[in-house]
Design a protein around this ligand. Structure first.
Ligand code: HEC
Length: 117
């Protein structure tokens, strides 16, 4: 009898485990998957191009600083430019040239920088 109870206990905890695993997989968003592909050093290398317009110190001539931006927000914005859901033609062109791995790398790199004061 004790053994039977133990088996039932094992089965129910396994089900709970399996169920929560499944839920996790469903809730992992596209942004998370893209960030997981990223590499900070690659992002630093790619990011030198962005610094020409996105100044270290903060907003300049209407161009917002992207230093210290949350990685998920960063990915969501670049995906929106790439899909042309956001209007800016310059950023549409830049994001259009980036693949998911490059966007993830840039997101990781810029999220580690000091935000402007
Ligand atoms: C030629 C200038 C230029 C370059 C180079 C450039 N950007 Fe931009 N970026 C802009 C402008 C202008 C905006 C504001 C667009 C708008 O108002 O929608 C912007 C907006 C953004 C935003 C949204 C910021 C916010 O707070 O809304 C992100 C993120 C971004 N750029 C990332 C990048 C990355 C990453 C690179 C390099 C791969 C890059 N940009 C290179 C001009 C540039």
């Amino acid at each position: 009898m004790k053994i039977l109870l133990f088996v039932i206990f094992l089965l129910t905890s396994f089900c709970k485990f399996a169920f929560s695993e499944e839920q996790q997989i469903i809730t992992i968003s596209e942004e998370h998957q893209i960030i997981a592909m990223g590499d900070i050093e690659y992002g630093e290398y790619l990011g030198s191009e962005c610094a020409a317009c996105h100044q270290q110190s903060g907003a300049s001539e209407g161009i917002p600083s992207i230093n210290g931006m949350d990685a998920e927000v960063f990915v969501a914005l670049l995906l929106a430019y790439r899909a042309k859901l956001m209007e800016n033609p310059v950023m549409q062109m830049i994001a259009g040239r980036l693949d998911d791995e490059q966007i993830g790398s840039l997101a990781l790199y810029f999220s580690t920088l000091e935000p402007p004061k």
